[in-house]
Design a protein around this ligand. Structure first.
Ligand SMILES: C[S@@+](CC[C@H](N)C(=O)[O-])C[C@H]1O[C@@H](n2cnc3c(N)ncnc32)[C@H](O)[C@@H]1O
Length: 219
């Protein structure tokens, strides 16, 4: 992926979505019953096989794109299995720089994958969510992870969550959503990026965007 100059996120929202608490409450009250697609079930089984073979601690790299962060995290945490998940076959196929033995890339929709992982009792030590699609139009709030019914499952998975974005409001809202669920999260602006974890991080940093990080320990 080229590090072309990227424009800032433009949104018709300047404040956290005002119905965030209502949406969250609704998602907690009504079970999320969308059927699991076969291809996600198969992808999950593949990931489970890798996890069983590893038999040790693991890290989830959700929305991993081309898998650069999956590779870098696997190098940084050699005793962990790092599982990168993305729904884009095209991005995953680029597999820049190959993968170490303690990493794997899985093509799946996280809306199903996270639910299967919760049902199977998965407990990642860390969960990275690096530059998820911001869906900045107010009407698209429900496409943001914290505005989606599957957010409950992301939280239920546990582990240390780290979400990065170039749109501050995204993590401000996520922090509010977590707070409403009884989870304290902290926000910080990332200092100068020396080694970008992902192509989007490289592109945004090169374009002079402010980059933001949310971290939370999910119990
Ligand atoms: C903006 S890209 C960021 C990719 C990578 N993390 C990076 O920073 O370079 C967002 C990624 O989220 C993935 N994605 C969005 N919704 C998804 C879903 N429901 N399930 C799996 N992947 C999803 C997209 O395919 C895309 O690769």
């Amino acid at each position: 992926m080229t590090a072309s100059i990227s424009s800032q996120v433009i949104s018709n929202q300047t404040q956290p979505y005002e119905k965030l608490a209502d949406v969250l409450q609704r998602h907690q009250a009504i079970p999320f019953q969308k059927p699991i697609a076969d291809f996600n079930q198969q992808a999950f089984e593949l990931a489970q096989t890798q996890l069983n073979a590893h038999g040790g601690p693991f890290i989830l790299d959700s929305c991993c794109g081309v898998g650069q962060s999956t590779r870098l995290l696997a190098e940084r945490f050699p005793n962990h299995l790092v599982i990168g998940v993305d729904r884009s076959a095209d991005r995953l196929a680029r597999n820049l720089g190959g993968l170490p033995a303690n990493a794997c890339l899985i093509r799946a929709d996280l809306v199903d994958f996270w639910r299967l992982a919760v049902a199977a009792g998965w407990r990642p030590e860390q969960h990275f969510l690096l530059y998820p699609n911001p869906s900045p139009k107010k009407k698209d709030f429900k496409r943001r992870w914290h505005g989606h019914p599957v957010f409950n499952y992301l939280v239920a998975l546990g582990g240390r969550l780290e979400c990065r974005t170039n749109w501050q409001l995204y993590v401000v809202e996520m922090q509010q959503a977590l707070q409403l669920m009884g989870v304290a999260a902290s926000l910080q602006q990332l200092a100068e990026i020396e080694q970008p974890l992902t192509p989007f991080e490289r592109k945004y940093a090169k374009s002079g965007h402010d980059l933001w990080q949310l971290t939370a320990q999910l119990n």
